[in-house]
Design a protein around this ligand. Structure first.
Ligand code: ZN
Length: 382
């Protein structure tokens, strides 16, 4: 019998690759070498300066293809002097590995790569395993998982189900699976009035009260009451600026932005329509003209509880003793792209120190995570 792949050692090796977005840092090369040695067919799908890796074991297009998705890029270490150990040193101390990417998400990648390699080596399945790793999740994500999925569609590659290995647990290993995510969009408003002297306000048209009215209405508006699987949608005013340094001048324009996290009751289109209506109302009432620019980070999505979430939940329960909550909380992830390709769920370890100084992970959690992924593969191909 061959030696099982050690997910802790692989995590440490990945942390030592300084893969700060969009730098590949040697992380994908390392994985490519390991996966190729285990019989995976590997393709580098690099686009617009971003490095991505696609690896498949088994026949292309096999109807039973299980996919894993993750990223090896990390956010910058920030103030390295504030770290108690080298952020790219992968020091082992107190039963934990320390370093940038320890939780988000080199440990997750190491765990599924180790589980997949062992699975195809020890119990070659009648099916295929796809591993898709991007080097651009923490950046703007436009040439990461999207590039891999575009390439897969062109090449006739298949995935029947996919698991994203981002950290999903809240407090305890096994307590949460994500079956969907809220959408996210930002709207930037500019209100145009007429600049003038504060002593003669009748000759000016102050855009600030109009903008204040707009953001007050938007933030007071109940978007919905939540749904069976989602919390209520939220709107937060994120900035409100005139940049006016003079106290005797009524400014000619003013800007504000809002960020909306929305559930499946809405789409970015329906929300844009609503924002336009509210703007038109305030413009009517005040005579101030508005411009709006919308940026959509992702639509909301839900993989309804069913075969895939059951499979993952049972594996989590068997390894951790905890029945995971099926949640749609948190920010966006690359699952928002995968969902257009096949059903997708997310499960990974506890994400407590993500993006922080002294990011670290308990080694025992990585071992457990690998066992959960291994159990998912066994059940899927069983
Ligand atoms: Zn991540």
């Amino acid at each position: 019998m061959t030696h099982p792949t050690d997910p802790v050692a692989l995590t440490a090796e990945l942390i030592r690759c300084p893969s700060v977005t969009p730098s590949e840092g040697g992380a994908l090369r390392l994985l490519e070498t390991r996966l190729a040695a285990a019989g995976f067919e590997c393709h580098r799908i690099d686009r617009a300066g971003v490095s991505n890796l696609f690896a498949r074991w088994g026949a292309k297009g096999h109807e039973r293809t299980f996919g894993f998705n993750g990223h090896t890029d990390v956010v910058p270490a920030g103030d390295t002097a504030a770290w108690t150990s080298d952020p790219f040193g992968a020091e082992i101390r107190d039963g934990q590995i320390w370093g940038r990417g320890a939780t988000d998400m080199k440990s997750g990648v190491a765990a599924f790569v180790a589980a997949a390699i062992d699975h195809v080596t020890e119990t070659p399945p009648d099916g295929a395993i796809v591993i898709a790793i991007t080097g651009d999740e923490e950046g703007d994500a436009s040439d990461g998982t999207v590039a891999i999925l575009d390439w897969m569609a062109t090449e006739g590659e298949h995935m029947a189900a996919c698991l994203v290995g981002e950290p999903t647990c809240r407090a305890t290993m096994g307590d949460m699976i994500k079956i969907g995510r809220r959408g996210s969009m930002t709207a930037h408003f500019t209100a145009h009035g007429v600049q003038g002297h504060t002593a003669y306000p009748q000759r000016a048209q102050n855009p600030i009260p109009a903008m204040a009215r707009l953001v007050e209405r938007l933030s007071a508006y109940p978007l919905d009451e939540g749904t069976r699987h989602f919390d209520p949608s939220t709107l937060a005013v994120t900035t409100f600026d005139t940049g006016n340094p003079a106290n005797n001048v009524i400014p000619g324009s003013c800007r504000a932005s809002v960020n909306i996290r929305f559930n499946e009751v809405h789409t970015s289109d329906s929300l844009t329509e609503w924002l336009n209506e509210e703007i038109a109302r305030v413009a009517d009432e005040t005579g101030v003209r508005f411009e709006m620019e919308v940026q959509v980070s992702g639509e909301s999505f839900l993989t309804p509880p069913g075969a895939l979430s059951d499979l993952v939940a049972e594996a989590v329960k068997a390894e951790t003793g905890i029945a995971p909550e099926l949640s749609t909380s948190g920010g966006t992830s690359d699952a928002r792209f995968v969902k257009d390709f096949c059903p997708v769920v997310e499960f990974g370890l506890v994400g407590k120190t993500m993006h922080q100084v002294d990011e670290r992970v308990e080694m025992a959690q990585i071992e457990t995570l690998k066992r959960v992924y291994a159990r998912i593969l066994t059940a899927y191909f069983g």
